[in-house]
Write a protein that binds this ligand. Sequence first.
Ligand SMILES: Cc1cc2nc3c(=O)[nH]c(=O)nc-3n(C[C@H](O)[C@H](O)[C@H](O)COP(=O)(O)OP(=O)(O)OC[C@H]3O[C@@H](n4cnc5c(N)ncnc54)[C@H](O)[C@@H]3O)c2cc1C
Ligand code: FES
Length: 331
Amino acid sequence: MDEFRVKVNNGEKIIRCRAGANLREVLLSEGIELGVCGGRGVCGKCSVKTDASGELTDAEKNQQAKGRLEDGQRLACQVDVQGDISVELEGHLEGVNTFKAVCREITSLTSDIRLFRFEVEGEPLDYRPGQYVLLTVPAYECSERPVTRTFSIASDPADKSQFELIIRQTPNGLCTKYLFEHLKEGEVIEFEGPEGDFGLTQSSRPAVMIAGGSGMSSIRNLLFEMKNAGDERPATYFFGAETEDDIYMLDEMREFEKTIPNFKFVPVIHHPSDSWHGQTGLVTDALKQRCSNLSSCEAFLCGSPGMINASIDVLKSLGVSGQNIYYDSFG
Ligand SMILES: Cc1cc2nc3c(=O)[nH]c(=O)nc-3n(C[C@H](O)[C@H](O)[C@H](O)COP(=O)(O)OP(=O)(O)OC[C@H]3O[C@@H](n4cnc5c(N)ncnc54)[C@H](O)[C@@H]3O)c2cc1C
Ligand code: FES
């Protein structure tokens, strides 16, 4: 089988690899760890300057559209090495702040979702509502390296000396297994950030908010922002769950209905019990049943790629312009 050379930082390091090897994995084999989404093309954090040939993938075009990938850059996780190539890594994480925070509270919200509250060591965390942090768990029995993953901030931005994360345990997930089975209150954890460009706009257009599972995190952060600002824009939040047991923070959402002037919370249950009298089906069904023309609206979505993609299709069919749809996909 053909073997190629990856020249890193002008020859500082030469790595040999087989033809077709994934560039991120080639770099990882030499201890150069890039990206925080496990190579799925969503975090945009494995960008490198390279002369590797090949078409940009859809994931790269998406990052380019968000201004996160410059000309001459590729996402290492999207590149298959098909010849000798050069890679420039310098400046990769420029501008990212690293800090530590103490875990102060772990609360179960559903069978697989927990709230984690962290108190920041040192200066408060200066973030915009809707942004996320990059959390690093230490090496442990399931991972010989520390694992970094992205989590949206869920708490009230009025108090930036602490922040809450709402996290779903991913089956066989390296980071969430540590958080759910090893992390103890009082333990200090490392973070980077804040990062991300998701968030409310300054517009007064009616807002449609959509989330499912741990996607509650970012939307909750935005709801606190609306409450604190006395924001009067009409806002309806569709939250999708499989059963009533998967709904959480219902009391808090009902409280937001009282404290945010024009806010409505609509929990949507896919498989309801006989005693459920609210909205049923998927969030996309709820949108179709309750809305006819959303052309004046902006939409804000958080959660799994499947839910986001399906919801975007329905939002567009109901008249929401693509440029008025904002989302953070957790996939
Ligand atoms: C912008 C953003 C914000 C986010 N915010 C949140 C949030 O607020 N709350 C939240 O819960 N999550 C959030 N996420 C998702 C989060 O970052 C993690 O992706 C998620 O928690 C899983 O991490 P993990 O390390 O536990 O799982 P991973 O170890 O990454 O595994 C994920 C899945 O992939 C599989 N897998 C892993 N490696 C491979 C491989 N090599 N080949 C095939 N399959 C593999 C695993 O079996 C598992 O099923 C967010 C993601 C993004 C991009
Ligand atoms: S590792 Fe996240 S985009 Fe490549």
